[in-house]
Write a protein that binds this ligand. Structure first.
Ligand code: FE2
Length: 190
């Protein structure tokens, strides 16, 4: 059964060995998605909740609002993504001379894990009408990276400095939009 304290310690131990070892820890955890849900609780709100943070390691519980998307961004550190409820669609981007272009995609369901290299640029979509929950583990301090990070405007694909405040507001706005639509549809007579 998933245990948050043991999981954090396993990640701390694995980070010294590298991304492959972290991947194994995350894969073992998300193989028991129901166990993570019972330990962390059913998601009530979309958001980014750190479970652990140091200079070498950040563990985040991501809860994506239904049908929300997050613009292309990089991390400047490796990451491992494991899904324990719902589905997370990733688009991978590569730099061009003036901007970025889509280079690939991967859709992750419950129990699946993706490893992202330090240079990866990705955007994320929750393609379903309920919350998607994922554990993201980063090989550094996600909130205060040593190298500056970028995000790309989702319409113009113009590069901008990463803005964590903006990202958090996207989660809040996506949840508010979903709740507004859900409450409107509750009022439609059938
Ligand atoms: Fe990311």
């Amino acid at each position: 059964m998933f245990d948050k304290a043991y999981f954090i310690q396993d990640c701390i131990d694995a980070i010294a060995e590298g991304q492959g070892a972290v991947r194994d820890v995350v894969a073992k955890a998300v193989a028991d998605g129901a166990g993570i849900l019972s330990e962390l609780g059913e998601p009530e709100h979309a958001g980014v909740t750190p479970l652990y943070r140091s200079d070498e390691l950040t563990i985040i519980n991501f809860v994506w609002a239904p049908c929300m998307s997050l613009m292309p961004h990089n991390h400047q550190m490796f990451s491992v993504v494991g899904i324990y409820a719902g589905r997370e669609d990733n688009v991978f981007w590569r730099r061009t001379e003036t901007s970025i272009e889509a280079a690939g995609a991967r859709s992750l369901g419950v129990g699946e894990v993706a490893t992202l290299g330090r240079e990866i640029i990705h955007s994320v979509l929750n393609p379903i009408g309920k919350m998607t929950c994922a554990i993201h583990v980063y090989g550094g301090d996600f909130f205060q990276p040593a190298a500056p990070r970028s995000q790309w405007d989702p319409e113009s694909l113009r590069e901008q400095p990463w803005d964590i405040g903006h990202v958090k507001s996207l989660f809040r706005d996506a949840e508010a939009r979903f709740n507004a639509v859900a409450s409107r549809s509750d009022q439609v007579p059938v």
